[in-house]
Write a protein that binds this ligand. Structure first.
Ligand SMILES: Cc1cc2nc3c(=O)[nH]c(=O)nc-3n(C[C@H](O)[C@H](O)[C@H](O)COP(=O)(O)O)c2cc1C
Length: 180
């Protein structure tokens, strides 16, 4: 899973550091498209970055978003950091790593499962196990959002600052639309 740290990630990491005590630093909105072409949106916990341009989310194979992302693997993640009045929107190509996961993503899935502990694992089991399970249950899914396009809006500056990053292969271009 090699890769260079993309510029939007540097900006997002810095913003998360600035607002790291705020609950919204952990929660993001994840929008998908359903089978009728209609938008679906929900709150999920941001579990950290992958090795390069990926955002990590944990979810349940039985949830609707998994079916939606299997059919249409595109999503947009949106963050609002109230303390610093910043918004990030991240258009992503998503992959799902569940029971059939292989390679590095399978190892990361197992690590994240073990890190949940018994109480965290209960979300997938429906009951708190007597002791934490080592092997992830089939419904435990690592959702990897590989960012293709990122937008950063800062409301604290006058005028507001809007920066857009676009990806071409492994390279990123930066455009400052306003402010800066
Ligand atoms: C604060 C908060 C955090 C949540 N975190 C997650 C999460 O990390 N993963 C997840 O699948 N659902 C999470 N949920 C539940 C989702 O918002 C959603 O209700 C659920 O995943 C079913 O969505 P779906 O039917 O669109 O798949 C969270 C909800 C809230 C309010």
């Amino acid at each position: 899973m090699p890769g260079e740290v993309p510029p939007w990630r540097t900006a997002l990491s810095a913003a998360l550091q600035r607002g790291s005590k705020a609950p919204e630093a952990r929660y993001v909105q994840l929008a998908t498209v359903d089978g009728h072409g209609l938008p679906r949106n929900r709150t999920v916990v941001f579990r950290g970055f992958g090795p390069a341009s990926q955002l990590l989310v944990l979810t349940d194979a039985r949830s609707q978003k998994v079916g939606e992302l299997t059919a249409q693997p595109r999503a947009e993640v949106c963050w609002y950091l109230a303390a610093t009045r910043e918004q990030f929107r991240l258009r992503s190509h998503c992959t799902l790593h569940g029971a059939g996961a292989t390679g590095d993503w399978a190892r990361l899935r197992t690590e994240l499962w073990q890190a949940r502990g018994a109480r965290g694992q209960a979300e997938w089991l429906g009951t708190v196990p007597a002791e934490a399970l080592r092997e992830a249950v089939d419904d435990f899914v690592l959702l990897v959002c590989d960012v293709q396009h990122a937008e950063h809006l800062q409301l604290r500056t006058d005028p507001h600052t809007e920066t857009v990053w676009s990806r071409m292969g492994d390279a990123w271009t930066t455009q400052i639309l306003r402010g800066g």
